[in-house]
Design a protein around this ligand. Structure first.
Ligand code: APR
Ligand code: PHB
Length: 397
């Protein structure tokens, strides 16, 4: 098989890149390790920046998002049971976020890919990248007992944190930055109405908690938990009680509980790999960076990478211009590090760090109290939460 761009991974990054390139007439193949059911069954976050929504609409997959997505103009911060609203719309001159599950984004993108007829290979095993620093890179994979080869001009590593692409770059080239957090998030999905029409980020002596949603009838909650948490120790009732404690009496009284339809524990990590390009391999999304979910930035960062990479590859194949691919890594990393900072800051403010010295713990509380008293501080929080502006690298002098 021969194509222009071989995309590894059919998560949001790979699928969105494939869709944007297909619409621009660039040939692609997407190779996915897992089955379609597995990919469409993954439960992930669900807050989309306005820029991400606009990009999905531009990619032709915005119809259900516009029909079912929930526009949110603000969220609450709850400190020891006392709630304070952050008015995103007022603080950012009209910007909002949209609550729409990443699972749904993935389903919409897979449907569009299959409708386009462009190749999407599920259950492609042992994907391996070859000759990535030559003009003729290629990918091999196994499926149905045979080994297949894809000759291409460009490789897009959209295979997430545990994928094969980042590891295909020489150690001498790759530099990584990482911070592991000493706790995880225990998440629950339940078909009960959300406790509030907007998200609630809570900090409490027992730990962080988040009240989110997937629709007006499906709630998504998280609590901070030890990294070695065993789900068997957290029957639904215990989890509901912990949520009621951390959100305070008013929310506890209003909270609708019910059986969990999904429950899982995930670690938190900040991670960046530099550069995001080597030869004809370009990394995008979780393959290049991970953010703690507190700031709801994972999917939005992946979309931002794909926006820049799609421009660069369209310029390459349409105009034979290499300016975009040559500037891709620096352009993305400039914004990635600002989003890493915000996600780290928001996580640090709201979570309990058991080993944190008393002084730092009090400083964090003072910073939260300052946030609630200062419109300037709230503007900073709001402009990061709704999404930093995009800088088009093609127009940077
Ligand atoms: N070969 C082929 N496919 C692979 C391989 C491999 N060796 N390794 C991983 N994959 C696939 C995974 O099965 C997954 O479907 O690559 C895809 C990567 O998707 P994501 O992990 O979702 O990463 P990305 O598309 O960058 O989206 C980032 O997803 O995980 C969330 O929180 C994250 O919101 C963020 C978003
Ligand atoms: C979610 O709905 O899963 C979600 C929302 C906001 C976050 C993290 C997760 O910051």
């Amino acid at each position: 098989m021969r194509t222009q761009v071989a995309i590894i991974g059919s998560g949001p990054a790979g699928l969105l890149l494939g869709q944007l390139l297909h619409l621009a007439g660039v040939d692609t193949v997407i190779l996915e390790r897992r089955s379609r059911d597995y990919v469409e069954g993954r439960i992930r976050a669900g807050v989309l920046e306005q820029g991400t929504v606009e990009l999905l609409v531009e990619a032709g997959v915005g119809d259900r998002l516009k029909a079912e997505g929930l526009i949110h103009t603000g969220f609450d911060i709850c400190i020891d049971g006392s709630r304070h609203r952050i008015d995103l719309e007022a603080l950012t001159g009209g910007k909002t976020v949209t609550v729409y599950g990443q699972t749904e984004v993935t389903k919409d993108l897979i449907a569009a890919r299959l409708a386009s007829g462009a190749p999407l290979v599920f259950e492609a095993e042992n994907v391996a990248l070859h000759d990535i620093d030559t003009e003729r890179p290629r990918v091999t994979y196994e499926k149905d007992g045979a080994t297949h080869t894809v000759d291409c001009a460009v490789l897009a590593g959209c295979d997430g944190f545990h994928g094969v692409s980042r590891g295909s770059m020489p150690d001498s080239v790759l530099k990584t930055y990482e911070r592991a957090y000493p706790f995880g998030w225990l998440g629950i999905l339940a078909d009960v109405p959300p406790v509030s029409h907007e998200l609630i980020y809570a900090t409490h002596p027992d730990g962080f908690a988040l009240a989110s949603m997937r629709s007006e009838t499906r709630s998504r909650y998280y609590i901070q938990c030890p990294l070695d948490t065993d789900l068997a120790d957290w029957p639904d009732d215990r989890l509901w009680d912990a949520l009621k404690t951390r959100f305070g009496d008013a929310a506890a009284a209003a909270m609708r509980t019910g059986p969990s339809i999904e429950k899982s524990v995930a670690p938190l990590r900040s991670f960046v790999a530099e550069p995001m390009r080597h030869g004809r391999l370009f990394l995008a999304g979780d393959a290049a960076h991970i953010v703690p979910p507190t700031g709801a930035k994972g999917l939005n960062l992946a979309a931002a990478d794909v926006r820049v990479l799609s421009w660069a590859l369209i310029d390459l194949f349409r105009d034979n211009s290499t300016a975009g691919i040559d500037g891709y890594s620096a352009a993305c990393l400039a914004r990635i590090w600002k989003v890493q900072r915000f996600s780290w800051w928001f996580s640090t403010q709201l979570h309990n760090f058991d080993t944190e010295p008393a002084f730092e713990r009090r400083v964090h509380r003072a910073e939260l109290e300052y946030l609630l008293e200062s419109e300037s501080a709230q503007k900073t929080l709001a402009e990061n939460y709704v999404g930093l502006p995009f800088v088009d690298p093609r127009r940077v002098a």
